[in-house]
Design a protein around this ligand. Structure first.
Ligand code: NDP
Ligand code: MG
Ligand code: MG
Length: 329
């Protein structure tokens, strides 16, 4: 099992004399920057020239600066902008920033693990990745709690990479919940696999396939939508709260029997084989190469897929049903 660090294992003073540049002020960036600041650390938010976000940072009572200036001042640079934008941000603002031996911090390992950013050997390269969206990272921090985080070290030029990473995790509230040790490789590959095969790709394909099966058999699309798509949340919420057994404690015996006896026929050996192939494409770097090239070509396949997804008949049915559920807005 993985090693887990708590508040007793971390010392925020480790980085109290350092300046932290947070690049990006979106979901993660805003939450990290505010939590670090409220933990008494020196934070400067680095933004692209002309960004409308300067005013937002200042309204939150934090310091904002153009990314180059922020990177020049910083000892720790947190890459909290979208993953495809990070390599260019590194080349433009960070690689030749003033000062040596900076720490690069990531909340996801893609660019380091797949070689899209090649940090100087004198730099530390660390990961502190909250296992939750930025809003939760902020809300729980304000409430005296924290979101569990992952920590990983890719380069330790200073010899204090782990201590610094744990101090940062403490600064955002992560050590209150616990910080799980992993590697850039493990975090990146499991994250991609989970989103492709299960929580995004697998689940949306499963919901559409269920919807299609019922409507093709002549059932009303409204019924198909409720049973195969809308009600997913009720089940997932129960799993989130207490795991599969807890979920099963809340569904009928009929549902449980159907679940346990039929589920394995849906996710059968052929599906499991395909999951293995998807994992191999991730491990071998094929998915990463495909996505990097796709971005370089301005995303032709990505945009075509987005358009095609909009054509699925569940889209309109769902929109109409939500009209009946004003409380969802
Ligand atoms: P966001 O998409 O929310 O980041 C938006 C911010 O990035 C904005 O401030 C935006 O600038 C800035 N930005 C966007 N493009 C550029 C660019 N080309 N150059 C400079 N700045 C740019 O990112 P997330 O918070 O979702 O993700 C950040 C990192 O955290 C990623 O590595 C992601 O994988 C990871 N992560 C995300 C999680 C999440 O919950 N979203 C969970 C765990 C990890 P402007 O304000 O000017 O528009
Ligand atoms: Mg991901
Ligand atoms: Mg039902």
């Amino acid at each position: 099992n993985a090693k887990i660090y708590y508040e007793k294992d971390s010392d925020i003073n480790q980085i109290k004399d350092k300046t932290i540049c947070v690049l990006g002020y979106g979901s993660q960036g805003r939450a990290h920057a505010r939590n670090l600041h409220d933990s008494g650390l020196d934070v400067v938010v680095g933004l692209r020239e002309g960004s409308k976000t300067f005013a937002k940072v200042e309204a939150d009572g934090l310091r904002a600066a153009p990314a180059q200036e922020a990177a020049d001042q910083a000892d720790i640079i947190a890459f909290l902008l979208p993953d495809p934008s990070q390599p260019e941000a590194y080349e433009t603002w960070v690689k030749n920033a003033k000062g040596k031996g900076k720490t690069l911090l990531f909340a996801h390992g893609f660019n380091i693990h797949f070689g899209q950013i090649k940090a100087d050997p004198d730099m530390d390269v660390i990961m502190v990745a909250p296992k939750g969206p930025g809003k939760l990272v902020r809300d729980l921090y304000e409430d005296g709690q924290g979101v569990p985080c992952l920590v990983a070290i890719d380069q330790d030029a200073s010899g204090s990479a782990l201590a610094d990473a744990l101090a940062y995790a403490q600064g955002i509230g992560g050590t209150r919940a616990g910080v799980i040790e992993t590697s850039f490789k493990e975090e990146t590959e499991t994250d991609l696999f989970g989103e492709q095969a299960v929580i995004c790709g697998g689940i949306s394909a499963l919901m559409k396939a269920g919807f299609d099966t019922l409507t093709e058999a002549g059932y009303a699309p409204e019924m198909a939508y409720f049973e195969c798509i809308h009600e997913m949340k009720l089940i997932v919420d129960l799993v989130y709260e207490g795991g599969l057994e807890h979920m099963r404690a809340f569904i009928s015996d009929t549902a449980k029997y159907g679940d346990m006896s039929r589920g394995p026929r849906v996710i059968n050996d052929q599906v499991r084989q395909e999951m293995k192939k998807i994992l191999e494409e991730i491990q071998g770097g094929r998915f990463a190469r495909e996505w990097v090239l796709e971005n370089q070509a301005n995303r032709p396949a990505y945009n075509a897929l987005l358009e095609k997804e909009k054509e699925h008949p569940s889209k309109e049915v769902g929109a109409n049903l939500r009209e009946m559920m004003g409380w969802l807005k």
